[in-house]
Write a protein that binds this ligand. Structure first.
Ligand code: KIV
Length: 278
């Protein structure tokens, strides 16, 4: 595959870089981030004021209907990241490294490089704990922007006994703060905290100097991310930190219904839809 070549941004906004995100933190301007998994959606999101699109491995559950994000593969994540990059050339695109794609430094480095070189990602995100310090150090040393994802780690739901909020005990909270500090010191330039109490987020914000993004991690974070399909109403049981902002299923259903009615009433296809003979 050739590297993704971004088309022009119809909104004409300047490209958002890591420096831009760091400056936003300095100005205390909140960073807005959503998941995105495909080209037309990326195009629709351009101009909405978002700063980061996360090509999350949540695509496996959200758009493929799998039971776990562990179903996402490298090839799948590369293709969808590339499609998002092309749809939103000027937004900061963060790609999720999928399950088992970073078991050791050489494998992590090779896979992270594919996200940057082939898919055009600005950063890669790894579900981390203190054991990933050397991997983060190696990626960062090779020039790859790393986001360390801490707290609830969906790829480890089986190991961790399900999807539950993290950092609610003082031992867990201390561990998250220590891990965030170690990963930031190793070169992580972004931290993402999922499903942790606001107090824990504030401790992380105080402990590191990089932008801290929260997914259900309280107002203390520098920025916030949720799954797009959750705000669009495609999840009947969204997490408590998500507000449903649209009725996406009804929108699609009604368009399909209108199409069926047009066929049944013979209004479609009409003369204007045809190819006249020459
Ligand atoms: O894959 C994803 O969508 C994520 C967010 C929930 C943070 O990792």
């Amino acid at each position: 595959m050739q590297p993704a070549s971004p088309s022009s941004d119809s909104a004409g906004a300047p490209r958002i870089t890591l420096a831009h995100l760091q400056a936003m933190v300095g100005r205390q301007q909140p960073i807005a981030m959503l998941t995105c998994y495909d080209h037309p959606t990326a195009q629709a999101l351009v101009g909405a004021g978002l700063h980061i699109l996360l090509v999350g491995d949540s695509a496996a559950t959200t758009v493929l209907g799998e039971n776990s994000t562990t179903a996402a593969t490298m090839d799948f994540m590369l293709l969808i990241t590339r499609s998002v990059r092309r749809g939103a050339p000027n937004l900061f695109v963060m790609a999720d490294m999928p399950f088992a794609s970073y078991p050791d430094v050489p494998t992590a480095a090779a896979n992270a490089l594919r996200f940057v070189q082939i898919a055009g990602a600005d950063a890669v995100k790894l579900e981390c704990d203190g054991r990933h310090v050397e991997i983060v150090r190696a990626l960062s040393a090779s020039g790859i922007v790393v986001c360390a994802h801490l707290g609830l780690l969906p790829q480890r739901a089986v190991q961790h006994g399900g999807y539950r909020a993290k950092g609610r005990t003082s031992a867990e909270a201390d561990r998250i703060v220590q891990d965030a500090t170690a990963l930031a010191a190793a070169g992580a330039e972004l931290i993402l905290l999922e499903a942790v109490p606001d107090e824990v987020s504030r401790r992380v914000v105080a402990a590191v100097s990089c932008p801290v993004l929260g997914c259900g991690a309280g107002p203390g974070c520098h920025g916030h991310v949720v799954v797009l399909h959750d705000i669009l109403g495609f999840n009947d049981h969204p997490p408590r930190f998500v507000d449903r902002l649209a009725d996406g299923p009804a929108f699609i259903h009604n368009a399909a219904k209108e199409y069926v009615i047009a066929i049944q009433t013979r209004q479609y296809p009409a003369a204007r839809h045809g190819y006249p003979t020459k």
